[in-house]
Every structure is written in C-alpha cells, then in structure tokens.
Design a protein around this ligand. Structure first.
Ligand code: HPA
Length: 277
C-alpha cells in the first residue's frame, strides 16, 4: 500500500468512526462565503478538519474548515465547508487529499464551487456560472509524484473533466428555478495576489471567462479517481482592470453573502437531480 493510500485509509476510518453507516454518493466543496449550504443538511455530523489525520486545514477567512455529513431528504451528502489552496503553502498532494478522502468515502459525483473574478465582460457581480472546462495555470499539478495505480492512471484523461451531461442538467435546473446561469471556462492561478490588468487581458485572450485560486487541483484529482464533476463559480467581483475599484477579499465575501441564498437553492435542486439520475 502506498504512503498516500495508507494516509487515506486512516483518515476515512476516522470519519467512518464518527458517522457509522453513512455512505454518501454525492460530495460538495463549498468555496469562499458559500459554506452556508451545508447548514441546511439534516441529521448532520460535523467534523473539524483539524481533528482528522493528515487532513489539511484552511487558513482563509470565510472557510470554516469543517466536514459536514448529512442528509438532503433521503440523500446522504458530504460537504466540505472550506478548502485549502496552493498559496497557503501546502504541497500538491495535500491540496488534493480532501478530494481523495471524499472519493474513498464512496462519492461518485463531486460538485465544486468557488468565488471567482469575472473576466468575460458580459458578466456581472453576483452572477453564477457553470464551469464547462478549466485552464490550469497554477504552475502545479496535484498528481506530481509517484502514481498510485490503485487510485487512478498515471496520465488521466481530462477531456470531460466537467461532465457535459451535468452541465446541461444544471442549466435545466437553473431555468426551472428562474435563476440566471452563465456558462464558461474557469482559469485557476496559484494566487495569493490578485491578477494584474495585463494578466486579465491575457487570460481573456486565452479563452477564460472567470478566474480564481482553487478548484483546478480538486478537479484534476477527481478526474484521476474517475469521479464525475460539476463546477459552479460565483462571480464575486469583476477581474482586475475591468472594474474601477481595488480588489479585496472583503468584496469577495460580501458578494458571496448576497448570493448565497440563490446559490444554495440552485445547488440543492441540482443535487436532488443528480441523486435521481
Ligand atoms: N481573482 C482571483 N481569484 C478570485 C477573484 C479574482 O478576481 N475573485 C475571487 N477569487
């Protein structure tokens, strides 16, 4: 057994000990300011990341750092309230570790959410965007290092990393709920500095619609493990050089706070659909 697999087994065993018999097929990663959705889960067991062996802890304001295992109706769901990022200083394998834990818990569909800056000039602050694809410009890859073939292949295919069928389903759910939903490509950078206006012009030319500092490592690890993924960005601000004012984490948090009700409704209805199909 590889070192990584043995760490995973230990961590998964610790989770199972806290929530015996809980066997979620759906996982959710809740980004900056979007953690509230997990509070709507019923009969929930909450586990601090800090109490789980090898589980990296989030140091970012707005990321609670808790695993919530609970039900939406009859559907067991595991939600991560907060995540870690490369810029916090974690090694690539550590950034990928929580996704692997969800996979080993039995999750087959992962919904990843994030706060992102809008690059597409038709986007507005507060828009929600379904991610169709990403650009990995983090400079890292969470799969660097020895490959554990029991977890996935050395060279995983990324052609359908964001399930095209689920993109369509999410669009249908949004339409039915009368929630406007944008669609586009997410570019992941390492951060922690925000981009310069010149970088944003470059990223637009490269085909990106939204920019952020997360999600990409999780989706690569999920693809490696064969999980189906859906991504949702909350456009919390216009990217550098588009708006007139300075970018700040406060603006990101404030917008996420305004949108969280609509966001939670969309996510909840979408998960209901995924649970059925
Ligand atoms: N850039 C990078 N990451 C972000 C942004 C941004 O403008 N907004 C929220 N996360």
């Amino acid at each position: 057994m590889s070192d990584l697999t043995s760490k995973l087994e230990t961590c998964v065993a610790a989770i199972r000990a806290r929530a015996p018999g809980f066997s979620p097929k759906l996982g959710v990663v809740l980004g900056s300011g979007l953690g509230e959705f997990a509070d709507s889960l019923e009969r929930a067991v909450t586990i601090d990341y800090a109490s789980l062996p090898d589980f990296p802890r989030s140091s970012v304001h707005g990321h609670a750092g808790r695993l919530v295992l609970g039900y939406r109706g009859q559907t067991p769901i595991v939600a991560m309230q907060g995540r870690v990022h490369f810029y916090e200083g974690y090694a690539p394998w550590q950034v990928g570790f929580p996704t692997r834990v969800l996979g080993r818990l039995g999750v087959t569909h992962l919904t990843v959410t994030n706060a992102a800056g809008g690059i597409n000039t038709s986007f507005h602050v507060g828009d929600l965007m379904v991610i169709t694809d990403h650009l990995n410009l983090t400079g890292y890859n969470p799969l660097v290092g020895p490959n554990d073939d029991t977890l996935g292949p050395r060279f995983p295919d990324m052609s359908h990393a964001y399930s095209p069928e689920r993109v369509k389903q999410l669009e249908t759910v949004a339409f039915d709920e009368a929630i406007a939903l944008r669609k586009g490509v997410y570019v992941g950078l390492s951060g922690p500095s925000y981009e310069t206006p010149a970088e944003i012009r470059m990223l637009r030319t490269l085909g990106a619609d939204a920019v952020g500092m997360s999600t990409v490592p999780e989706v690569i690890v999920a693809a490696h493990m064969g999980l189906e993924v859906t991504g949702i960005s909350c456009i919390t601000n216009l990217a550098a050089g588009i708006g007139q004012h300075q970018l700040s984490h406060d603006e990101v948090s404030q917008t996420a706070d305004l949108v969280k009700g609509t966001f939670s409704r969309l996510l909840g209805r979408f998960l209901d659909t995924v649970a059925r199909t």
